[in-house]
Ligand binder design. Structure first.
Ligand SMILES: *[C@@H]1O[C@H](CO)[C@@H](O)[C@H](O)[C@H]1NC(C)=O
Ligand SMILES: *[C@@H]1O[C@H](CO)[C@@H](O)[C@H](O)[C@H]1NC(C)=O
Ligand SMILES: *[C@@H]1O[C@H](CO)[C@@H](O)[C@H](O)[C@H]1NC(C)=O
Ligand SMILES: *[C@@H]1O[C@H](CO)[C@@H](O)[C@H](O)[C@H]1NC(C)=O
Ligand SMILES: *[C@@H]1O[C@H](CO)[C@@H](O)[C@H](O)[C@H]1NC(C)=O
Length: 950
């Protein structure tokens, strides 16, 4: 009954908003505002602003108002404020409509430069191509001013120029990249620095030079006016203090993160097409347009931006749609607002703005779809929803293409910047920017089916997607089924760019079913908890697939964490239900990276890259970063079409996927926009990211195993025929040369007792144990060692006292020289290790000498070193390659009990990647028939790490 009542109320309240009549208002660039309301297409009004004003009249309150923009360039002369309900602003019949915040500069206004002083600043070729426009004569009188950034996020708006729809650039030097700061006479906090170039000497009387650059940190670029440029001493004195300091650096050089800059706003540096300079004192625009002769044709469309925010949305605005037109040339934001609900921005093109394309604060149930947003400073900035109440914003950003989104700055402006709770970001294509594609700060975002690539361009350190820092409560975001590739930064070694960073203590994120490829680092986790990173393809990271660390927060950082935590009602019922692990946080150690599941990814890497940054460290234990189950791809052969960016798995990777419930990853055509048209209809823009799937294939082929094998250990381990003792291939053999207590034990014989009662004929391990018990029975005398040989494999060990070495020799110290394999070796007591490291009584210390000595001898593949701790018969070999051991391999009897992983070497880089080698235990276990009683061990001899599966 009460449910019925509720439904009834709901229906009634919805009905209340339903409007019946559609009222159309027409706007034409040749219309007339004073004469009419624009309700008849033959008598349109002149400006969008006027149409909005008319439509806002109370008499249309209950109507759906449709403002039809007739084709052409609608230059607005003031910000258009929109503050009414049930309104649609669109291009009439999907025709070509531009709404601009600028003024068109007619071609006739472009003159040859005749002023000799000005001409003398230019290179000969610039002299031919640069033209001048007197701005007041074309009604452009307010130029704005250059703005500091780094210190401001909302940069001061200024006049900018575009040519045929493409924003041009203020004259700068150098045209590409930066030059180095060579010295900072005033120190890090001073306002002077030196450079080393004679180029500025040729600049005469520059009136308003600025510099822009990474002065101290690579995550922060700034622009600052120059108060004095002394080209003789090559010294810059800044007109303001830097925001974060200044240091000497080396652009484009390994190891240098900052300390470089460029000069901007330099008339003398107007030396390339696409550049311009505004001389405010004389109101002159100097410009080199991209036409071969430098002349502007009457058909060329040149605009100067005039209006700050082009469209401002009132906060009561509700149910408004902007559709199917281009919005451009805004000095600040394209569409700016706060508090809107049910706003739809669809099929728009937004470009050439001085700040973000779209900036909406506290918005609910808005949808930004099928928009093209480019040549902006930040694509979309969006906040909304209530975190305290866990009330989702209902905002959706989908099917958009956002690119070239850092037109004026390199840091601080993202493709999508979002805060608060519950936005959905799906099927977007975000590419080409110097900064992040997506930054998020808050809870329960869904980021799916996006295509992200080539962001973080030219950076030393940067992230494709990043979370906020220092907050445990911002949980619940799901990043799934995206493709993220080529997040590489500068083309230098050891650049620290990451496709995804879960920044300081970011917790409770789910990252699944994504494809990452050709990134420096795929995923970077800065010490958070409860993150789930599974079922992803992580392909060919140049450094690490996953970088996970412990973050030890103290002092201010710890206090910040606590403050953020206590600002949220994480104990209340809603929160505890939604985030049960957060509800328990008081009993957990904040500084442990606990509960991060990194298992179940399919990985391809080439040495020296690694799956995890610190394999074998404390932090890759399952309770911190669980990396236990990893599927290894063999490379291109395990994916549908690597060249096409189609990383769906097949062949050996698919076999692993099926065993581990790995969900197939998306093809390139399942990410990015999938609804057309993209942008305004008139552009007829197709999807640029889709590929010909016909070229993909699930046919299998793997590479042949390597034929060159590293030399097996001198102590027989089952991998080779080479045998020290001549015994038959059956049973367990003992060699006793002396036995004080039982002289009858002496001899070389098959251990019938051990085989019958101790399973010594069934495995190497059982046979080896017999040597130890025999030695014990004989009285544990130093001079009475016992050798055990497991007949079927020939594997051998010794029981006795002390720590022994088995090797072929030591190329770097005592020889024989390295270069070829030899067969003769020796087994002898490691006197040094016994004396210095208690190696005769400490098994660990004895065995660890294998690696130490192998390295000491030159890490030669021809000279492996085996240690034998005789009291237990334990052995360990250091050397080259990945080696596999199993007692039996029923389905592949051709495998020996110990063998070099030649197939893994070519197909999985097991010789150089420890995790790849150790994972072969699982691979061969399945290959051998998945028998629980026959585990397989993989030995990575270059570090002596090993892993047994299961
Ligand atoms: C629009 O104006 C034209 C010419 O003035 C007139 O013939 C027509 O009836 C008008 N249409 C409407 C819908 O008012
Ligand atoms: C709009 O609808 C309301 C409620 O039905 C009504 O009271 C009001 O008069 C209408 N206004 C106009 C301008 O038609
Ligand atoms: C919102 O506006 C559309 C026209 O764009 C109209 O059809 C619809 O009825 C309006 N919705 C509400 C709830 O008023
Ligand atoms: C400045 O550059 C020149 C030319 O590249 C070089 O010869 C000179 O050593 C440099 N001076 C300093 C102080 O680095
Ligand atoms: C992996 O990336 C490197 C460049 O970092 C490239 O040279 C190599 O060809 C890539 N390998 C595969 C199999 O894609």
């Amino acid at each position: 009954m009460s449910l019925l009542l509720l439904l009834l109320c709901f229906t009634l309240s919805t009905l209340h908003y339903v409007t019946t009549d559609e009222v159309h208002f027409y706007v034409s660039v040749t219309g007339n505002d004073s004469r009419n309301e624009g309700r008849n297409i033959t008598q349109p009004c002149r400006t969008l602003r006027h149409a909005v004003l008319v439509a806002s009249n109370n008499k249309y309150k209950n109507d759906t108002k449709i403002i039809e923009l007739l084709p052409g360039y609608h230059d607005i002369t003031r910000t258009v404020g929109v503050n009414t309900q049930n309104l649609v602003i669109r291009a009439y019949q999907k025709q070509e409509v531009h709404v601009t915040g600028g003024l068109r500069i007619p071609s006739s206004a472009f003159k040859q430069v005749t002023d000799q002083t000005i001409l003398s600043k230019f290179t000969p070729i610039a002299r031919q191509h640069v033209r001048v426009v007197n701005l007041p004569s074309v009604n452009i009188k307010h130029y704005g001013s250059m703005s500091l950034f780094g210190t401001c996020t909302n940069c001061i708006p200024k006049l900018e120029v575009s040519f045929n729809g493409k924003a041009m650039r203020i004259a700068q030097w150098p045209n590409k990249g930066y030059i180095d700061i060579t010295a900072t006479p005033g120190g890090v906090n001073g306002n002077t620095f030196k450079y080393n170039s004679t180029v500025p000497k040729s600049w005469l009387n520059e009136s308003n030079p600025w510099i822009q650059g990474f002065l101290h940190f690579n995550w922060h670029d700034e622009a600052i006016p120059v108060s004095n440029l002394d080209a003789n001493t090559m010294t810059v004195t800044l007109g303001r203090k830097t925001y974060r300091g200044v240091i000497p650096g080396q652009w484009n050089t390994v190891g240098s993160a900052a300390g470089f800059f460029k000069f901007i706003n330099i008339l003398s540096a107007l030396d390339e097409e696409g550049e311009y300079y505004i001389d405010k004192d004389h109101g002159n625009l100097y410009i080199w347009v991209p036409n071969t002769d430098g002349n502007v044709k009457s058909t060329d469309v040149v605009y100067g931006s005039m209006i700050d925010n082009c469209i401002n949305l009132g906060n009561a605005l509700k149910n408004v749609t902007f559709k199917d037109f281009t919005l451009e040339s805004c000095r600040q934001t394209g569409i700016n607002g706060g508090g809107q609900t049910e706003l739809t921005l669809i099929n728009l093109e937004i470009k050439n703005t001085g700040y973000a394309g779209i900036h909406l604060i506290g918005a609910k149930n808005i949808r930004i779809a099928q928009c093209l947003i480019h040549d902006v400073n930040g694509g979309i900035e969006l906040t909304g929803g209530n975190r305290q109440l866990l009330e989702s914003s209902g905002n959706i950003i989908e099917d958009n293409e956002i690119y070239d989104f850092t037109r004026l700055v390199a840091t601080g402006m993202e493709g999508i910047y979002m805060r608060d709770i519950g936005h959905i970001v799906r099927n977007n294509h975000i590419h080409h920017g110097e900064s992040k594609a997506i930054y998020y700060e808050g809870n329960d975002f869904l980021i799916e089916h996006n295509l992200i690539h080539d962001v973080c361009v030219d950076r030393y350190t940067c992230d494709g997607i990043a979370t906020s820092r220092g907050d445990f409560t911002m949980r619940g975001t799901i990043i799934r089924s995206n493709i993220i590739h080529d997040i590489r930064g500068l083309e230098l070694p050891h650049i620290n760019c990451r496709a995804l960073t879960l920044d300081i203590h970011s917790s409770g994120n789910v990252v699944t079913n994504n494809v990452f490829y050709n990134n420096d680092i795929d995923i970077n986790i800065v010490g958070g908890m409860d993150n789930t990173i599974t079922d992803n393809v992580l392909y060919n990271a140049t450094r690490y697939s996953i970088y996970g660390i412990r973050r030890n927060s103290q002092g201010r950082e710890l206090q910040g964490l606590l403050d953020h935590l206590h600002n949220m009602p994480y104990h209340n019922a809603d929160w505890a239900l939604r985030y049960p692990k957060l509800a328990n946080i008081d009993s957990r150690d904040f500084n442990l990276p606990a509960g991060n599941d990194l298992s179940g990814n399919i990985v391809y890497i080439e040495g020296p890259a690694q799956y995890f940054n610190a394999p074998g460290s404390k932090w890759d234990a399952p309770e911190y970063y669980n990396i236990s189950t990893i599927g290894y791809s063999t490379g291109p052969g395990d994916h549908f079409n690597v060249k096409n960016g189609d990383f769906r798995v097949k062949c050996t990777a698919a076999e692993w996927a099926n065993k581990n419930n790995f969900q197939q990853v998306p093809s390139p055509n399942e990410v990015g926009p999938n609804t057309s048209p993209l942008g305004p209809t008139y552009l007829q823009q197709g999807f640029t990211h889709t590929v010909n799937i016909v070229a993909s294939s699930s046919v299998c082929s793997t590479m042949a195993p390597v034929t060159q094998h590293p030399v097996p250990s001198y102590l027989p381990d089952g991998s080779d025929l080479h045998i020290i003792f001549n015994v038959s291939k059956e049973g367990c053999w003992l060699v006793v040369t002396k036995c004080t207590k039982h002289s009858s034990y002496v001899g070389t014989y098959r251990d019938m007792f051990g085989e019958r009662f101790k399973h010594a004929g069934e495995s190497e391990e059982m046979c080896f144990r017999r040597a130890v018990s025999e030695w014990n029975d004989c009285g544990k005398h130093t001079s009475e060692p016992v050798a055990a040989i497991y007949g079927p494999t020939g594997a051998t060990t010794f029981a006795g006292d002390g720590c022994f070495i088995a090797e072929y020799g030591c190329p770097q110290h005592g020889g024989p020289a390295d270069g070829h394999a030899i067969t003769a070796g020796k087994i002898y007591r490691d006197v040094t290790a016994e004396q210095q490291y208690n190696a005769s009584t400490n098994e660990t210390n004895c065995l660890s000498q294998a690696l130490t000595r192998w390295k000491y001898c030159g890490s030669s593949p021809n000279h492996p070193v085996t240690m034998i701790y005789r009291p237990t018969g334990a052995i360990r070999t250091a050397g080259a390659g990945c080696w596999i051991h199993t007692d039996v391999c029923p389905s592949r009897p051709e495998y020996k009990s110990m063998f070099y992983d030649a197939w893994g070497s070519t197909n999985r880089h097991t010789d150089s990647i420890q995790t790849a080698c150790l994972n072969q235990a699982e691979y061969y276990w399945h290959l051998c028939g998945s028998d629980k009683d026959s585990p397989v061990t993989a030995y990575y001899r270059p570090t002596t790490a090993s892993k047994t599966f299961p």
